[in-house]
Design a protein around this ligand. Structure first.
Ligand code: AP5
Length: 208
């Protein structure tokens, strides 16, 4: 399955809860790219400038990275994609690869959050590099003893979130009709308590 939504919609927060329930790997293109940047790989060096500015990394870089990942053994019983696909060419490349592998997507869950909430959510985000837990300074405050080690993403500035939101509307929103036509798009209201949103997504997935 795929989780889609604007920057700060709660994809990462929800994915980490859902994969525990369904026992499938969480494949986040953003996390994979950030790991490549940190390691200084060729792919990471290429991606870094785009990411800092809030722009999308070119399709040819991301498509290869994700198709290689979903072909691994731990994806045989399913997987949850978060942040991919993000453009029509990415959706088409995934579709072709899955068709060739005889795999059908069960659902594409669109987490809907109005633009007016996205900047505050992203700017207040802090991640724990040791556990991967995502916090928010207001909505999900971290314990005081770990605050010193938390990471504030380079692209979580007001300026970059505006660019990311524009890119979402211009580049990613066009994949929604692609999945609607396939009859697998499910819309979930992403405003409210994260526990309630997990329940909404679970209810949708139980119907699939
Ligand atoms: P990526 O890492 O995928 O970022 P994103 O899609 O912009 O999404 P975020 O990680 O910002 O948000 P999220 O929806 O996961 O929200 P979260 O749960 O953390 O991509 C980063 C960059 O990598 C891109 O800009 C691009 O450059 C590149 N990239 C990645 N994939 C690519 C691709 N396929 N093609 C090309 N380039 C690609 O929540 C956010 C905050 O809100 C947290 O603090 C959280 O605690 C809080 N929160 C969560 N839920 C709630 C709630 N219900 N109420 C209040 N607060 C909440």
């Amino acid at each position: 399955m795929i989780l889609v939504g604007p920057p700060g919609a709660g994809k990462g927060t929800q994915a980490s809860r859902l994969v525990a329930t369904y026992n499938i790997p969480h494949i986040s293109s953003g996390d994979m790219l950030r790991a490549a940047v940190k390691e200084g790989t060729k792919l990471g060096v290429e991606a870094d400038g785009y990411m800092k500015a809030g722009k999308l990394v070119p399709d040819e870089v991301v498509i290869g990275m994700i198709l290689e990942r979903v072909a691994k053994d731990d994806c045989k019983n399913g997987f949850m994609l978060d942040g991919f696909p993000r453009t029509r060419p990415q959706a088409q490349a995934l579709d072709q690869a899955l068709t060739k592998a005889g795999v059908a997507l069960d659902a594409v869950v669109l987490i809907e959050v109005p633009d007016s909430l996205l900047i505050e959510r992203a700017v207040g985000r802090r991640s724990d590099p040791e556990t991967g837990t995502i916090y928010h300074l207001t909505y999900n405050p971290p314990p005081a003893e770990i605050v010193g080690r938390l990471v504030h993403r380079k692209d979580d500035t007001e300026e970059a979130v505006k660019v990311r939101t524009e890119k979402y509307h211009s580049e990613t929103a066009p994949i929604i009709p692609f999945y609607m036509e396939k009859g697998i798009l499910r819309r979930v209201d992403g405003v409210g308590n994260p526990d309630d949103i997990t329940q909404r997504i679970t209810a949708v997935l139980n119907d699939v």
